[in-house]
Design a protein around this ligand. Structure first.
Ligand SMILES: *Cc1c(COP(=O)(O)O)cnc(C)c1O
Length: 458
């Protein structure tokens, strides 16, 4: 699960110079395997709890092999009727499964970052068009200023997307202790909006540290009152909607205008696959579409009118395959299992001396810490030295934390036991450790040890 080589060691294991002459394909692949395999991280393994990274379902993997083998260009209906047709069905299933307005436009992008970008580009263009400003023709210089409001714990990919879009840093509204946008503060910020001022409100389904969900019904109602566009980053959290048991977490989310999500996280399709969903497909097509004489158009909705790219991978095959393998009930079970694992894990960890669970565990995320950053850093280092599980250190609300995400279908009850056991051993050993760690910056140390995982352990 842990890599034996660092990135530099992988690079050094490959020939330094571009070969002058052709080689046999099989030799090339042998060379690649030899150098790259020791640098692999077992992100889909049952005991991998790092980031929110997802595993790979068998049908999705097989469909992904076909995607490369078929090598379709998913740009147009004409460039691949297969890709466009399968994406149409996968899009319809997704919108239905996630409880979003039927007929929403869906773009298959690389990940939630580009999904945020695509949705926010649509928001920007729609708001400016409504004020008589044609951003496609006239650009942003001199355009009415767009006010963008986000919670203090918005995922960093949202400000990144806003930066790409020329909209600058969002105004941050305070968050509650779980990281949800504070409704009183949001209402106060919105009260400062003039009715005519174009405004985007960015909400979140699934805080990456706590798993918390903004209160959509209330937040969206407040945003609607000033005519704001509401965008929801639901990279992994939007999938709560697929479970009758967990759907209450996203109550009201379907009232938003756009949603970003990932298929390569909770749905367990291979990287890379994100989903940009916009309630009014005509707005998505207006923002992303391209006129071009060389394109063969048949009058239907071409995939290039839903994403920033033209030529691209046919991502819909593996999404369709994952959905077909699981069915509605199977997706619900997958999400519920992640949430159950998180709850079980948190309950077990609470009983370990010296470790505390910091968040309300309602969904798939658990944040742990020891009494202070130095102690948490020692636990992280011990955990990494054991290399039995993969848990990433992070910072949340000003302190160092160990963040555990449930996101691969492979995780079993035994994996959870192993993780609890590894944490208990790490906590015990770190308490016995002498002062050797105290001289180092714990967060820098654990970030380093996690990136440069120990050798000869897998
Ligand atoms: C992972 C994540 C993103 C970014 O998604 P990518 O697929 O890595 O681009 C955005 N928002 C949230 C809440 C996430 O968890």
């Amino acid at each position: 699960m842990h890599a034996q080589y660092t990135a530099d060691e992988v690079a050094a294991a490959l020939p330094g110079q571009l070969p002058e002459h052709p080689s046999q394909a099989v030799e090339v692949i042998r060379l690649l395997l030899r150098a790259a395999e020791p640098g692999l991280v077992g992100t889909g393994a049952g005991r991998f709890f790092g980031w929110v990274t997802g595993g790979v379902l068998p049908a999705a993997l097989a469909a992904d092999w076909l995607t490369s083998t078929w090598d379709q260009n998913a740009m147009l209906r004409a460039s691949s009727p297969a890709a466009a047709g399968v994406e149409t069905v996968a899009a319809r299933w997704l919108v239905d499964l996630l409880g979003l307005p039927s007929g929403s436009g869906v773009g298959f992008v690389t990940g939630a970052t580009m999904a945020n970008f695509t949705c926010l580009a649509t928001a920007r263009d729609t708001l400016l068009t409504a004020r008589g400003w044609d951003v496609a023709r006239d650009g942003l210089t001199g355009a009415p200023r767009i006010r963008v409001i986000a919670g203090a714990e918005v995922h960093d990919s949202v400000p990144l997307a806003l930066r790409y879009l020329g909209l600058g840093e969002p105004e941050r509204v305070a968050a509650d202790p779980q990281g949800r946008i504070d409704l009183t503060q949001l209402r106060r910020a919105l009260a400062r909006c003039e009715r005519a001022e174009p405004t985007i409100v960015c909400l979140q389904a699934g805080n990456v540290h706590s798993g918390a969900f903004d209160l959509f019904s209330e937040a969206i109602e407040a945003a609607r009152a000033v005519g704001a566009w509401v965008h929801v980053d639901g990279a992994f959290g939007l999938w709560a909607a697929a479970s009758p048991r967990l759907a209450h977490l996203v109550d009201g989310v379907a009232q938003a205008d756009s949603w970003a999500s990932d298929a390569h996280k909770t749905l367990n399709v291979p990287h890379d696959c994100g989903l940009a969903i916009v309630a009014d497909p005509s707005r998505l097509h207006a923002a992303m579409g391209m006129q071009g004489a060389y394109l063969i158009r048949d009058g239907g909705v071409d995939p290039l009118t839903t994403v920033p790219e033209l030529s691209r991978r046919a991502r819909g095959f593996s999404v369709w395959a994952a959905l077909a393998q699981l069915g509605r009930r199977g997706v619900a079970q997958l999400v519920e299992t992640f949430a159950d694992h998180a709850a079980t894990f948190a309950a077990r960890v609470q009983r370990i001396d010296g470790l505390h669970v910091l968040n309300d565990v309602d969904f798939t995320q658990v944040c742990l810490a020891a009494e202070d950053d130095a102690a948490t850093g020692r636990v992280a280092a011990e955990l990494n030295a054991q290399a039995r599980v993969w848990i990433t250190p992070s910072r949340w609300q000003g302190r160092m934390v160990l963040r555990v995400s449930m996101s691969t279908w492979r995780t079993t009850g035994e994996d959870l036991e192993e993780a609890v056991d590894a944490l208990r051993a790490a906590a015990e050993r770190s308490r016995r450790a002498d002062g050797e760690w105290e001289t180092t910056d714990p967060s820098a140390e654990s970030a380093r040890t996690c990136a440069e995982a120990p050798r000869a352990r897998q």
